[in-house]
Design a protein around this ligand. Structure first.
Ligand code: HEM
Length: 119
């Protein structure tokens, strides 16, 4: 069974995206990144992306991660904060910690595209 099915499929992903966005936008370190972004549109993309990252049927057809985040100046710390909010969201929805760990492992390699930091 995919992680997507094990957390409850589309309904669980929708609940997770809503809760995740509340947490991210309430974090003073992160609000600046999202000031000029249409959150409804971003949520739609996040839903598709998270669903796909968890092995669900939804396909993500947007820009590659490096392109989508280019020029935003996202720091590795802020990447970690966003992933931390996702972990808190999944935890609050009762997703088992072993499953959350697997999701974290899936997302961690994206840091090099999203928040390359400085060499
Ligand atoms: C695992 C981590 C992340 C994933 C899976 C992810 C996923 C996405 C996706 C799917 C989009 C939409 C791309 C598009 O419209 O073509 C997006 C856009 C965006 N992301 Fe992320 N993201 C992640 C981390 C972050 C972090 C850490 C930040 C900021 C701290 C961030 C800020 C943004 C912003 C501001 C946009 C909108 C860019 C624009 O439309 O110009 N993302 N992200």
């Amino acid at each position: 069974m995919s992680i997507y099915d094990s957390i409850g499929g589309e309904a669980a992903v929708s609940a997770a995206v809503d809760d995740f966005y509340k947490r991210v936008l309430a974090d003073p370190s992160l609000t600046g990144y999202f000031e000029d972004i249409d959150v409804a549109r971003l949520k739609g993309h996040q839903r598709a992306f998270i669903g796909a990252a968890l092995g669900g049927p939804a396909r993500y057809n947007g820009r590659p991660m490096a392109k989508a985040h280019e020029g935003l100046g996202i720091t590795p710390d802020d990447f970690g904060r966003v992933v931390g909010h996702l972990v808190d969201t999944l935890d609050s929805l009762g997703v088992p910690s072993e499953t959350i760990g697997r999701i974290g492992d899936t997302l961690a390699p994206l840091q090099q595209d999203i928040a390359p930091g400085r060499a």
